[in-house]
Ligand binder design. Structure first.
Ligand code: DHB
Ligand code: MG
Length: 220
């Protein structure tokens, strides 16, 4: 007898939460982020585990994050590989302040640099300064995913990874324009090998938000 989708989500979610361990630091970051009224749109612990595994596979010591929110994913990147340094860009001053507090309390202030401002202004500056990253995590304005990826690939070493969160919902929601432009851009991009991976976010209550996924590209 096959499980219906809603019970499948519950079954898989229960198993997922048995596998992943959310540290007290992560629980504190998540709680303080919500307490400060930031939206509940951070990654979950299973995605944190995936990002950790990817970073460990490629020994990602220099990470760029587009979209800090409260610093929940920032913390995973800081902890994945010993001595990792994370540059995280955030456009919203309130989010930046909450993230700075969270990362300080969690003990990774010295490994993280949260820069306030629009990624489309800061990324070209980092590129000009010759910054090279092992891993770029794009988790910001869905309408600009294509532009972020184009710049990110220029700043990523050979064998490095550009990971775009919510690339599936950027196709299925809000008119789908952001996601479509991302696919159009990446399919013609000979600098990378890429994949679009649907995922099931078992902690989300509604199907339209539970079905999401990411685009991942490795730089040739
Ligand atoms: C939204 C943004 C995200 O980065 C995410 O992971 C989920 C939802 C949003 O803007 O709704
Ligand atoms: Mg996201």
């Amino acid at each position: 007898m096959e499980a219906h989708l809603s019970s499948a989500i519950e079954i898989v979610g229960a198993s997922q939460s048995q596998l992943v361990h959310e540290t007290p630091e992560l629980k504190q970051i998540a709680a303080n982020t919500i307490k400060n009224g930031l939206p509940p749109i951070a990654i979950g612990p299973s995605q944190g585990a995936l990002l950790t595994i990817l970073c460990q596979m490629i020994n990602a010591k220099n990470i760029l994050e587009i979209g800090t929110l409260g610093g929940y994913s920032t913390y995973y990147f800081a902890k994945a590989v010993p001595g990792a340094q994370v540059t995280s860009l955030e456009i919203n001053p309130k989010h930046r302040d909450v993230a700075l507090e969270n990362l300080q309390v969690a003990g990774v202030a010295d490994q993280t640099n949260v820069i306030l401002g629009p990624a489309m202004e800061i990324m070209p500056k980092l590129l000009e300064e010759g910054e090279v990253f092992d891993f770029v995590f794009v988790d910001a304005n869905w309408e600009e995913q294509a532009e972020y990826v184009d710049l990110a690939v220029k700043m990523t070493r050979k064998g490095g990874i550009v990971f775009v969160d919510n690339a599936v919902r950027a196709l299925t929601q809000r008119g789908g324009e952001g996601g479509k432009r991302l696919i159009e851009k990446v399919k013609a991009d000979e600098r990378v090998t890429s994949v679009l991976m649907p995922t099931l976010l078992t902690y989300k209550e509604h199907l339209e938000t539970a079905v999401d996924g990411f685009l991942m590209a490795i730089v040739k």
